[in-house]
Design a protein around this ligand. Structure first.
Ligand code: FAD
Ligand code: GLY
Length: 373
């Protein structure tokens, strides 16, 4: 007899895997169906910053949820370690957002005032104080805002740990299995058609990252999720160059375990091409050296690119399909899918169980172009 699942999740990135983990904890029989290998796309490309305050500066529903999600990481790190033995390398070492111009000083000071007013730690530091905190920072940095509660994880390790924890709790994973269509009966999705045959479930969740628009087209939905390519590189430095991550309008530098630093990233919309261009790398290198000149002595490690899933209004979609039963979507996390993964898993599990969820991420908000079954 054909095996039937409670929930099929299309896409084995950090979002699909986090949802699989939460549903497996609630005893659902879950299957992740992934076109390539697990966490092979954006989720492994990410620098891993938990930048609730550095990426999302002001009052918005996403800022609120980002802070909630960030707060979940200490317990999540312990839980994933316990279940899988994987250390997601959570570092609560803060992010320093630096200003390179007077305009940026004014802007960042105003963000710092707002964030303090809502109860966050976001201290403005003069250029001297910045240098005291991070002596390797160059004189061209005019000041900065230090956010001690922003941190980081290893993005690939987090993604794999979610998936592995789900399997420990009973989930199955089919890699190298592309979903080509949905199986729809009387307006209800009853499973998916894959390159390897049909798979059946009561509920299907699309977590296909930047590819979600293509997948949802099979239901007639014109989703406005589009790709934004990001190129990144890493270097190795003997000794400890930085204590915290450095975030600026010109890019970021994220210190990882063992003296490795991730430096990123470009923003190239409307392309699925994951090739890395020399011009982009040289631009990133030059910008990083303006912030920390001693990076010129670092050893080259590697270069890569990933495709971020962005939406027209910058907010993810975490909702049920409005016209087709048994189908939901979780995508559009853009620059913050690692940070928002903890929240997203819980939101989607609650949504499937009919619990009350935050409605700011629904599909029928004003930007959706057209929804018809
Ligand atoms: P993906 O990881 O892209 O996963 C989607 C999966 O769906 C893929 O594995 C794909 O193969 C699969 N799929 C697609 N179509 C099908 C199909 N038809 N059938 C089956 N499977 C399919 N976020 C942060 O929070 N902090 C950061 O510091 C950070 N840095 C970043 C740096 C870079 C350079 C980039 C590119 C992104 C960064 N991000 C960061 C953003 C983050 O990586 C993404 O928001 C997040 O990974 C999105 O996860 P996802 O699971 O939705 O997408
Ligand atoms: N959050 C960092 C990036 O998307 O490049």
């Amino acid at each position: 007899m054909t095996e039937r699942f409670d929930v099929i999740i299309v896409g084995g990135g950090v979002i699909g895997s986090s949802i699989a983990f939460q549903l497996s904890k609630r005893n659902y029989k879950v299957l992740i169906v992934e076109k390539d290998k697990l966490a092979g796309r954006a989720s492994s490309a990410a620098a891993g910053m938990l930048g609730a305050q550095s990426e999302l500066e002001n009052n918005s529903p996403l800022f609120e949820v980002a802070r909630q999600s960030r707060a979940m990481f200490p317990a999540l790190a312990d839980e994933l370690k316990e279940l899988t033995g994987i250390d997601i390398e959570l570092m609560q070492n803060g992010i320093l957002k630096v200003a390179m111009t007077n305009e940026e000083c004014t802007h960042i000071k105003s963000i710092s005032a707002f964030q303090q007013a809502v109860g966050e730690k976001a201290e403005w530091l003069s250029s001297e104080q910045v240098k005291e905190k991070e002596p390797s920072i160059s004189d061209s940095v005019l000041g900065g805002m230090f956010m001690p509660n922003d941190g980081q994880v290893s993005a690939p390790k987090l993604s794999i740990a979610f998936a592995q924890a789900a399997t420990v709790l009973g989930a199955q994973i089919f890699e190298y299995t592309e979903v080509c269509n949905f199986l729809i009966e009387k307006g209800h999705v009853i499973g998916v058609e894959t390159v390897n045959g049909k798979l059946y479930a009561d509920e299907t969740i699309v977590a296909g990252g930047a590819w979600s628009t293509q997948i949802m087209k099979h239901t007639g939905m014109k989703l406005d999720v589009y790709p934004v390519k990001g190129e990144c590189f890493s270097v190795r430095f003997k000794g400890r160059l930085l204590k915290s991550s450095i975030f600026s309008s010109m890019g970021y530098i994220v210190p990882k375990a063992g003296g490795r630093l991730i430096i990123g990233a470009t923003q190239k919309p409307y392309t699925f091409d994951e090739a890395v261009h020399l011009g982009s790398v040289s631009h990133l290198v030059n910008n990083a050296k303006k912030i920390i000149s001693s990076l010129k002595d670092a050893e080259w490690d590697k270069v890569w690119a990933g495709i971020r899933p962005q939406t027209e209004d910058g907010m993810p979609y975490l909702d049920k399909h409005p016209h087709v039963n048994g189908l939901s979507i979780a995508t559009g996390h853009y620059r913050n899918g690692i940070l928002l993964s903890a929240y997203t898993g819980l939101h989607m599990a609650d949504l499937l169980e009919g619990k009350e969820v935050n409605t700011n991420f629904c599909l029928d908000r004003k930007t959706i172009k057209g929804v018809h079954a």
